[in-house]
Design a protein around this ligand. Structure first.
Ligand code: PGA
Length: 242
């Protein structure tokens, strides 16, 4: 495990961006897997800037996502919408492949099989993750077994409320379930990077690093990955060692 502590969110975002940039430069046909939400916003801004201003060539890359809400593909909360608003609609060059989970798929079992096939054809060079305040990664909530493969998860109340707040939704319109890569697909990436920012994540970051690996803190399992990089800012790290 490699740990990078940064001063603040902006520096954390830049460190994250550099990992993605290095990936593209060292292997232009790499497969980059993204997470969405508050954590990666700054990183994606740096990434868009590098493509548009510094000619970072993503034309041979494959891009895909960790998870997706069950709901409306074009809903303002969907991963599909987030990826377009923050990345695909902003870059001058498009990646060779863009893959999505279909939030509105009628046959959910079939959708899982379809996406699993995509994942097996496109091994990830890097997987970015954010950290839930309850320790979740993707939608692997506390208690999920460590041998899980892609599935539909029922979101915990804290996750539902975080989604509601992030997208300014009413409780009724906030999705309750998510398609998510399981631990198996997450751990299959060559490099897994977890980014953590802000005091509200401090307690869970402390658990992740200072308690034994256990599925009450799903992200603790990442410590078993041979190439796990943890980037957190000072605010998130303020309880460490105390
Ligand atoms: P956030 O969410 O990046 O919006 O803080 C992280 C997560 O819940 O996975």
């Amino acid at each position: 495990m490699k740990i990078i502590e940064t001063k603040n969110y902006k520096e954390m975002s830049y460190e994250l961006f550099k990992l993605y940039e290095e990936c593209v430069i060292s292997n232009p046909s790499c497969c980059l897997s993204f997470t969405t939400g508050g954590t990666p916003e700054g990183m994606v801004e740096f990434f868009v800037d590098a493509v548009n201003q510094k000619c970072l060539d993503i034309s041979k890359c494959t891009m895909l996502n960790l998870d997706e809400y069950v709901g409306n593909r074009n809903g303002k909360y969907s991963v599909y919408t987030w990826m377009h608003e923050h990345l695909y609609n902003k870059v001058k060059i498009q990646p060779k492949n863009k893959f999505y989970i279909d939030a509105g798929a009628l046959n959910q079992e079939k959708e899982i099989l379809r996406y699993k096939k995509i994942l097996s054809k496109h091994p990830r060079d890097i997987q970015m993750l954010g950290l839930g305040t309850n320790g979740h990664i993707g939608a692997n909530e506390p208690g999920s077994p460590f041998d899980s493969t892609m599935f539909i998860a029922n979101s915990f109340e804290s996750t539902i409320l975080a989604t509601k707040e992030l997208f300014g939704l009413s409780y009724e319109e906030t999705p309750r379930q998510m398609y998510t890569m399981g631990y198996t697909e997450i751990m299959a990436a060559k490099c897994v990077v977890l980014a953590v920012s802000g005091r509200k994540k401090a307690l869970v970051l402390k658990k992740l690093l200072e308690e034994p690996i256990n599925n009450n803190c799903p992200a603790s399992y990442l410590r078993n990955h041979a190439n796990f990089i943890l980037i957190y800012d000072k605010a998130a790290g303020y309880l460490l060692g105390k």
